[in-house]
Each structure stands twice: as structure tokens, then as C-alpha cells.
Design a protein around this ligand. Structure first.
Ligand code: DAK
Length: 262
């Protein structure tokens, strides 16, 4: 895949591998312009469609995961450019349709759209240098890619309001305490830990992994009763797979499961 604003690699040596996407506009601290978001969407779709890929990792640089949407690109926008042209719905929505797990490996700034992009991933592993924030209010706007919705779900209303209204940043330790990130690791270990997490997912039955992702996401939509029924039906369905037979047989025979992805 030939891109200008991101780098893509395939990592890992197992039967299924990891699609690694590195945001790569270092001079602009990975500010997310339309071209980058189009490329990110194309890379996500390609990895999602590739049967050899089990998991996707998105990362940035040591200084910035992404410092937000590109302010230079937005500065002169009118209502016609935003509402009228349905501003960047196209490429910011792609990640929501990815069925395989997407892990964000975050070092440095994850601000505005950068924080929102990280929150769109299935979980965030942070370096101890990570800083999260929704500073849009300082620009006379509000978060526009899910920040006012995903942040309160992740950290609760008090901290979300504090961040969105005052624009203060949350460091990695606070982000872990608040539940925004799943793990914090020293910067030097960030990619090793994120890729190891991806590798551990790659070894599993991809069908059960996709259903697990779909079911956890369902917890944020609809009622508890609907979510529990949704989970139950997916659970029932997994007994139609060969991988369920293999996983349970391997446990009972004290051996490592060799999933066939069917
Ligand atoms: N956009 C464009 N350029 C940026 C940028 C950004 N968001 N962030 C940084 N840069 C550029 C700087 O302008 C500077 O460029 P030069 O002057 O060198 O040409 C270069 O990156 C280095 O930045 P600094 O010199 O400022 O570096 P510092 O270390 O001093 O400060 C900082 C780092 C991250 C604290 C600072 O750069 C900063 O405050 N950046 C802006 C953060 C911010 O306000 N982010 C929110 C942007 S609004 C939507 C989707 C998404 C969004 C909305 C809607 N839809 C789907 C509808 C998202 C909106 C946003 O994210």
C-alpha cells in the first residue's frame, strides 16, 4: 500500500499477523487532514479484508499520536463546508465499520480528533508520556468526532466535563485511573507491548474475537436486557464453529489450541 501520510507494515510471524499503521505527518504532529484520514480508512479496510491479518494497531510518533484535526485546513470553513458538505463524515466513520480488533498505541499528545481517534479504537495502550485532551473549546468549537459521547462513557461525566470545558489535558497515569486507557507502559516498551497484545489476539479464533468485539460494543447501545440477549445469541452461535471444538478439546487435553479460523 503506497501512502504519503501514513506508513503501513505487516508484523508477526504466526499464522495470522498484525497490520501496523503509523500516522506520519511529523512536522504537523500528525494533525489529521482529509488526505491522512482517507489513507487511514483505506488501510483499515484493506487490513480488515485480509484473512492473514488478525488485529490492527494504530500508532503515531513519540511526540504525538495526533494533535487533532488539521486546524489550518479547517480555519476558513463556513457552514456550507461543514454542515452543507457533511464535513469529513466519509473518512472519519470508516474505523467504526472495522470488524477486527483495533488497538491504539499512544505516546505524546492525543488531542482533539487525535483523542477521538484513539477512543474509536477498541482499547488504548499508552506510553507514560501520553497526554489526552479535548481542547477544541479554545478554538471556539466543540469536539466533533465523538468526544462528547465517548469520553464521558470512558471516564464519567465529571472528568469529561472538566476536560471538554477547561481543555485541561489528562496524563497517562490519570487516564489509566479514569479508565480511558487499558495499560500504561514505559515509552520504550510501548510498541513491544502493543504488538504482543495484538499477537496474543492473532492466535485466537477470529470469529470469536469479532463476536466478542461486537458484543462489548453493544454495551454502549440499547438496554442491558437487549445487550444480554445479543451476547447470548452470539455465544450460542459460536458452538457452530470448529474453533470452539478445538479450543475446548485443547483445554481438556492440556495442549495449545490450533485454531483453523472456521
Ligand atoms: N493542526 C494543524 N497543525 C498543528 C496542529 C493541528 N491540530 N497541532 C500542531 N500543529 C502544528 C503547529 O502549527 C506547528 O507547526 P509549525 O508552526 O511548526 O509550522 C507544529 O505542528 C508543531 O506544533 P507546536 O509548535 O505547537 O508544538 P508544541 O510542542 O509547542 O505544542 C501542542 C504541541 C500539541 C500542545 C500544540 O501544537 C497544540 O496545542 N496543537 C493544537 C491542539 C488542538 O487544538 N487540537 C484540536 C484541534 S480541533 C470531526 C472530526 C474531527 C474533529 C472535528 C470534527 N468530524 C468528523 C465532523 C476534530 C477537531 C480537532 O481536533
Amino acid at each position: 500500500m503506497g501512502f504519503e501520510n501514513i506508513l503501513t507494515e505487516v508484523r508477526g510471524t504466526g499464522a495470522r499477523q498484525t497490520g501496523l499503521i503509523t500516522l506520519n505527518r511529523p512536522k504537523q504532529l500528525n494533525a489529521l487532514n482529509d488526505a491522512l484520514m482517507d489513507e487511514l480508512g483505506a488501510a483499515l479496510k484493506a487490513f480488515d479484508a485480509d484473512a492473514a491479518i488478525g488485529c490492527i494497531v494504530i500508532t503515531g510518533s513519540e511526540k504525538a499520536f495526533a494533535a487533532g484535526a488539521d486546524i489550518a485546513a479547517m480555519a476558513k470553513f463556513s457552514l456550507t463546508d461543514t454542515y452543507g458538505a457533511d464535513f469529513i463524515t466519509r473518512n472519519w466513520e470508516t474505523i467504526r465499520s472495522v470488524r477486527k480488533p483495533v488497538i491504539a498505541a499512544v505516546a505524546g499528545f492525543a488531542l482533539g480528533g487525535g483523542c477521538e481517534l484513539a477512543m474509536m479504537c477498541d482499547f488504548i495502550i499508552a506510553a507514560d508520556t501520553a497526554k489526552f485532551g479535548q481542547p477544541e473549546i479554545k478554538l471556539g468549537i466543540i469536539p466533533g468526532a465523538g468526544g462528547t459521547q465517548r469520553l464521558p462513557r470512558a471516564v464519567g461525566k465529571a472528568k469529561a466535563m472538566d476536560m471538554v470545558l477547561t481543555s485541561r489535558m489528562m496524563d497517562a497515569a490519570e487516564a489509566e485511573r479514569a479508565g480511558l486507557v487499558s495499560r500504561v507502559v514505559p515509552l520504550a516498551e510501548l510498541m513491544g507491548v502493543a504488538l504482543a497484545a495484538a499477537d496474543s489476539i492473532n492466535e485466537l479464533s477470529g470469529i470469536s474475537v469479532m463476536m466478542a468485539k461486537e458484543s462489548v460494543n453493544r454495551a454502549f447501545e440499547g438496554t442491558l436486557a437487549d445487550g444480554i440477549m445479543f451476547e447470548r445469541r452470539l455465544f450460542h452461535t459460536l458452538f457452530a464453529t470448529e474453533d470452539q471444538k478445538e479450543g475446548m478439546d485443547a483445554f481438556l487435553n492440556k495442549r495449545k489450541a490450533a485454531f483453523k479460523q472456521r
